[in-house]
Each structure stands twice: as C-alpha cells, then as structure tokens.
Design a protein around this ligand. Structure first.
Ligand SMILES: *Cc1c(COP(=O)(O)O)cnc(C)c1O
Length: 392
C-alpha cells in the first residue's frame, strides 16, 4: 500500500515535470520559434472606441474592420468592439462579411463598403449583411431582389463627393433623384460619402466635400448621414452625421497628420535576435552588398523581414530599439531577416533570443511608416501571419 503511494507520487512528479517542460517549450515557442511577438492590446482598442464615441455623441461610432481589422485579427477585434458598445461594422468585400457574420451577435449590423458584384445579392441578403450601394446598377439589382421576394431590403447609398472612387457620380445622382422609384423595396439606412483628405484639417477639399454632401442630402429629406472616418471625427461636428466610420484611430493610428496622436497605442511588435557577429571595416552587409562597413561594427540578425510586413524600403533607413538605444537597420531588408547595427550596446546585451522593439513606446506605427515612405495603415495591414500573437 505504502509502495503504491510512493509509485503514484513519483508518477505525479514526472507528470508535473513534463507539464513544466511543455510550459517552458510553449513559452519559448512564443518568441524563439516565431518571427516575433505581436501584442495587441484589446483594452486599448476598447478605450479608443469609447473615446471616439464620447467625442461623437450623440452621433454613433462604427468600427471599420476590413482587411482582417487592419491586420490585427477581426475574430478578436470585432467581439472586443461589440463588448465596448459598437453595433455597426464595415468591411470592404462581401467575402469578408460572410466570414465575419457568424461570429457577430445578431443585433449588430455589418456593411459591405464596396457594394455587391452582380449575382451576389441573394447570398448577401440571406446572410443578413447590408450592402453599400455605389451605382444605379447595384441599386437596380438590390431592388429587383427585394421586389422578387416581396420584402424591403436594407441598404446604404454612397455618393462620390470628390474622391472619384466609389459611389454615385453627379450624373447618376441626378438620375436617382429624378426617379425615386428606382429605390423600390430598398430600405434606406443612411447616405454615405468618404473624405479624401480628412487627416489634413487645413485642406480645402474637406469643406468642398462637406458642401457637396449636404447639397445632395437635401434631396433625401430625413435620411441619416455617414461621412467621417477617423480623421473626420477631428474635423468638427459638421462632419459627424449620424454614424462615423472609424478605422485607424481604433487601432491606435494617428487620425490627424502633424499633431500629437490622441489615441492609445494598440500594437506592439518585438522581434528576436537570431545571431550576432562582429564585422571588419570594408565588409559588405546583405543582398546586393549595398552597405559597406566604414568601421568595425557589431551586427545582430533579426528574425523578421519583408515577408512579415517590414517594408523593404526600410533598407538602410529604419531602426529597431533596445530600451532607448536606436539600432539602425543596415543593408537591405531580406524576406525573413533584417541586420541591425548594435555597436552602441555593450557586447553582452544582445544574444540569440533577445527581443528588440520594432513597434512600441520608442517607435510608433507612424514612425516606422515614415521611415519606409508609407502610411500606418499599410504597416498594420501587412503584418502577416508569422508572428506569435498575444491579445491582452
Ligand atoms: C477604410 C474606410 C474608412 C475608415 O477610415 P480610417 O481613416 O481608417 O478611419 C471609412 N470609410 C470608408 C469608406 C473606408 O474605405
């Protein structure tokens, strides 16, 4: 009996030891086996949503979650926004909406910004997804389905007020207003338009677009309006309408160029060192040998590259950070790696597995975008699938 207890106790210890080992392996898999650790702060996301809503009130704030919630994972972002009170969601394509609809609570609305390709009306209606109709053809097809089914089908109408991209141009707008029967069976939820320069408060195109939108809204008395994106929320109450459509500001991006960013950061990216080495003056670094060491220097090779969404345009331009120390990128960004100059650090400060900051308190998504000659939106949407993702 006592012998059995000893054996059981030993087994138990073995199991605990094994669990601990798996725990350690799992821990190491988060960094050493991935191209980096992408931390997404869902509490900051929710705080950003509430801050925008407070600013907009009594107008409502929708969440724009196209492109997998700007690369951050719609499956996690959408429930967090719903929890924070968001009930209106926008994606670009019907395919995105069809994937999201099952995880979205029924009382939330899901809109497709790019409208519907001909023939996609029935699957859209069947899934309870609302199209943004951008042309008379889209209106005709949606109306035809509604009449065939003998029901009213909800939709928004988008007007082009100066971006020449989506929505009714002046000609189609006139024809729609002249013949309201085109909207038979269409339950109009709101009129929509999109600002081209909302991040530039001094750009005269903002006021021009607002005036154009207000002019055509007069032809649809009582209809609600949706106009502002993130930048528009900071252009003043004239731009709010009934429903603003916020994307980048929710994800911590700056809604207005050239001023302090009022949003809380949501994304942090740390990338592990794979190797370190010392090279002599004259040694070449990376593809093309574009960087020639002007002195002896110490390099660290990082585990992420352009396949992880770190733009090749960061070659010889961007940097990583360890604490406050800026570690410049040297040579070209490769598909799976980047070399950084770590000469400024004491030799034992970085070793294989050490993490350096790519996005975080020392380098915002705007900073890295500027170094790469792009915008924060592109940095986020290209982050890729090889990082270990932690949602907090
Ligand atoms: C992407 C998009 C938005 C969100 O824009 P942000 O600048 O990210 O806030 C809003 N409306 C439309 C039509 C869009 O395409």
């Amino acid at each position: 009996m006592a012998g059995n207890c000893v054996i059981l106790a030993l087994r138990f210890q073995q199991i605990i030891a094994r669990l601990r080992m798996f725990g350690e392996i799992a821990e190491r898999l988060t960094t050493d086996a991935a191209s980096g650790v992408l931390t997404i702060d869902l509490a900051a996301l929710a705080a950003n949503y509430r801050a925008l809503r407070a600013r907009l009130s009594p107008a409502r704030a929708a969440g724009v979650v196209k492109a997998d919630a700007y690369g951050l994972g719609a499956a996690r972002v959408v429930p967090a926004l719903y929890e924070a009170g968001c009930r209106d969601f926008f994606v670009a394509h019907l395919g995105e909406a069809l994937r999201l609809r099952p995880i979205l609570v029924a009382d939330a609305k899901l809109f497709v910004l790019s409208g519907l390709q001909p023939g996609m009306e029935a699957p859209c209606a069947d899934a309870g997804i609302v199209p943004v109709l951008n042309s008379l053809e889209q209106v005709a097809n949606w109306s035809a389905l509604a009449r065939a089914r003998g029901v009213d089908l909800p939709a928004a109408l988008q007007f082009d007020t100066g971006m020449s991209r989506f929505g009714f141009g002046p000609d189609e707008t006139e024809r729609l207003i002249a013949d309201p029967s085109r909207l038979e069976g269409v339950r109009l939820l709101f009129l929509m338009s999109h600002l081209a320069c909302a991040d530039e408060p001094d750009n005269a195109q903002n006021a021009d677009q607002l005036a154009a939108f207000q002019r055509l809204a007069a032809a649809f008395p009582g209809a609600e309006l949706s106009f502002a994106n993130s930048g528009g929320v900071f252009l003043g109450t004239d731009y709010y309408g009934a429903l603003a459509r916020a994307g980048i500001a929710l994800y911590g991006g700056s809604p207005t160029a050239g001023v302090a960013n009022p949003m809380a950061p949501v994304v942090r990216l740390d990338v592990p060192v794979v190797q370190t080495r010392t090279i002599p003056a004259g040694a070449r670094v990376g593809y093309g040998g574009t960087h020639v060491a002007s002195r002896e220097m110490r390099l660290a090779t990082l585990a992420a590259g352009y396949a992880d969404g770190l733009p090749r345009h960061l070659s010889d331009r961007g940097a990583a950070f360890l604490g406050d120390t800026r570690l410049p990128i040297v040579g070209r960004v490769s598909m799976d790696s980047i070399s950084i100059d770590v000469t400024a650090l004491a030799p034992d400060m970085l070793k294989a597995g050490s993490l350096v900051e790519i996005i975080g308190p020392h380098q915002t998504i705007e900073d890295i975008a500027e170094a790469a000659g792009t915008i924060s939106y592109e940095i986020l949407t290209r982050l890729g699938q090889r990082y270990h993702r932690i949602y907090r």
